[in-house]
Ligand binder design. Structure first.
Ligand SMILES: [Zn+2]
Length: 119
């Protein structure tokens, strides 16, 4: 993997899958993985490593992970009480009818395509 510094916090990473621009300040990578997952991809990790040096990499990576994936966000999500449940054998029996799959419906786009093919 080759790292080319374009300007501060902006890199071009040349890897086995192609060239990818990385803009650390904009949380943007050309492969798109970082924007979708919120977790730095290998190209972003290479850029962070080049940007801050390997000694502080461990401390800097959390800055580039999406806020919703942090420990603080996790703790906020589960800060409420989760009450314990009794064993499944103790749950009350509920009579329900037989569960059937939803009715099959032909989507309108399929109908339109079929009509076009007939013409
Ligand atoms: Zn990427």
């Amino acid at each position: 993997m080759t790292i080319i510094l374009a300007r501060e916090q902006e890199y071009e990473i040349i890897g086995p899958d192609g060239n990818f621009p990385v803009k650390l300040s904009e949380y943007n990578c050309g492969c798109g993985s970082w924007q979708i997952s919120g977790i730095p991809c290998s190209y972003v990790m290479a850029s962070i490593s080049h940007n801050c040096g390997t000694k502080t990499l461990r401390d800097r990576v959390p800055m580039y992970v999406h806020q919703c994936l942090t420990k603080n966000a996790y703790m906020q999500t589960y800060r409420g009480m989760i009450h314990p449940l009794p064993d499944k054998k103790m749950w009350p029996k509920i009579e329900t009818g037989k569960v059937l799959p939803p009715p099959f419906v032909v989507q309108s786009w399929q109908t339109q395509n079929t009509k076009e093919e007939r013409i």
